[in-house]
Structure formats: C-alpha cells, structure tokens
Design a protein around this ligand. Sequence first.
Ligand SMILES: [Zn+2]
Length: 377
Amino acid sequence: MDRNEGNCEEKQSFFGSKENQRAGSSLKEIKGKRLWKKVKYQLVEYNSLPGYLKDNEYILGYYRSEWPLRQILLSVFTIHNETLNVWTHLIGFFLFLSLTIYTAMMVPKMPDLHRLREELKTSLTSMDLRSLSNWHIVELLSNCLPERLSHSNHTDACVLLSMKEDVANIIAPLMVRPITRWPFFAFLGGAMFCLLSSSTCHLLSCHSERLSYIMLRLDYAGIAALISTSFYPPVYYSFMCYPVLCSLYIGFITLLGLATILASLLPVFQTPEYRSFRAALFFGMGVSGIAPVLHKLILFWHQPEALHTTGYEILMGTLYGIGALVYAKRVPERWRPGKFDIAGHSHQLFHILVVAAAYTHYRAGLIYLQWRDVQGC
Ligand SMILES: [Zn+2]
C-alpha cells in the first residue's frame, strides 16, 4: 500500500515534472510571442518611418508604424503621439452628439401665447363686424369652426363674441410656430462628421499608405463640411426674410464646399504644387464668412441679437485663426523638438481650438433660434 502510494507519488511527480516541462515550454513560447509582438509593434522614432508617415520632424518619437488593424484599433487606449489627437476630437464628437440631442429636446422659447390671444381678441373686437364678412380668413376659418359659428349672418352678439374668441384662439398658436431648425441641425451634423472623421483619420492613418490616403481625403471632406454647414445658421436666420439673398449665400457656400471636397478627392490636387491651392480653398471658405456677417450688421444693427451673435462670430474666427497659426507654425514643438511628442504639440492645440470655435458657433446658433422664434420675420 505504502509502496504503491510511493509509486503513485513517484509517477505523479514524474508526470508532473513532464507536464511542468511542457507547460514551461509553452509558457516560454507565449512569452516569446509576446516579446516578438512587443518588438514588432513597438513605437518607433521619426527617422525609421516610411515617407508617407513623415509629417512633423519636431515630433521625434512614439510613432506607430504600419501596424495591423487590430493593434491599431486597440491603440486607442494606449499612449503614443496620436493618442491625444484621437481623443480631443472623439470627445468633441460626443460633446456635439449630446448638444444635438439636447437641442432636439429643447422646448423653443416662444412669445407669451396668452398675451397674444388677448391682443388678438381686442383687435378683433375693435373691428367692424360687417367688414369681417369680406375678410377671407374668416370665411376659411368658418369652414373649420363648429356648426353654430358658421352662420355668419347670425346677429346674436353672444355668438359673435364667442366667434372672435375662437378665431383668436386658432390664430394665436399659428402665429408663434417655431422657426425651422434644419440649418442648425445641418451645422451640428457637419461638426459631428468633421470631428469623427478627424479622430478616425488620426487613429487609422498609420496602417498603410493606401489607408492613409483614404483617411486624409475623409479628413479634408470633414473640414469642408464643417466650414460649409457653419454658414447655414447665421445666413439662414439672418436673411430668412430676404429669400433671394438667403438662397444666394447658401448656394454659394454649398458650391464652394462641394468644390473643396472634390479638390481634396482628385489625385491631381494631392501633388505638393497644389498644397497652397488647397490651403487657399479652405482659407477662402472661412474668410468668405465675413461678407454675410457684415451684411447682417448693416441690416440689423439696431437688433441686440445681431450684435450678440457677431460677438460670438468674432470669437469663433479668432479661435480658428489662432488654431490655423499654431498648426502652420508647429509651435511649441519647433522650439523644443521631442519634448511635446505625447502631449502639448501643435496639432493637439489646434484640435482643442477647433472644438472651442465650433462650440462658440453653437452658442451663436442658439441666439439666432431664440431671436427668430420670438420675432419671426
Ligand atoms: Zn487633426
């Protein structure tokens, strides 16, 4: 029994040691694989990048280079020199998604319905009732009113009074219908598209030259969409009482936006000779916003809302301007190359300024909506 037990133990220890050996070797294999992956997917320096990934010589390290898509997708949660570029615009996207939901659920601020009803009743009472019979809106309304009110030749004063009240109750809500929201939602959609495509571009571009090419086009299209749709709320709500002007401005910026997207998609415009042409297109789109803003000030200089929104528009222009300057000059990394690889380099500052500028524009949009909801044309 004892011997058997002893044998058993011996066997166990024998097999155990074999199993241990096997487990040990597979552990070594796993460790080896992990080490190989680490070596293979480690962050690299600027000098070892392929040509198409070399963009900013002042950012010296922490680059991902030609990783498989799985590793790239997981790298959204790891630290490298694009982490903050991805997250600044991803957070911006979620911010604008929340603002869109909030705006869609927001109850429009309307004029006092009760006061408007009373005013209408007073004005209807002061009207000559015989002249009312010639007023075709009464005719139209009498078709919708209850049976007893449709006898307009009835001279009973009580019925006439009740009719005036009913007419006031029907007209008042029609007069305070909220202004259409589509230009505002078009801007919010443009902002979300721009922020999400930028974030995706920063995450995926390092996979391959082909994907980098596609992502960059998507990024350009996002910028053009954001600039174009940013025009919609100020132009629509400023000139909604001047339909021709409104259509001209909106048509112009939409065409310019589409031309910019096309220019970004055509391979011929990707050559270095067209770099300044592409920059000029984006710059031209932004600067052309000055025209409708000045026009709005000339038409509505006495309106506090016009001045208030212009204040926001100047702030927005300043933020975009500083952003473009930081982006073009590549500060602060040019002053201390390698010191801002992970955090604080120009592209991250540019991203934050873009989100801040778009948020400023959102605030201006709310003032436009409030202005037109209350005052109409
Ligand atoms: Zn970017």
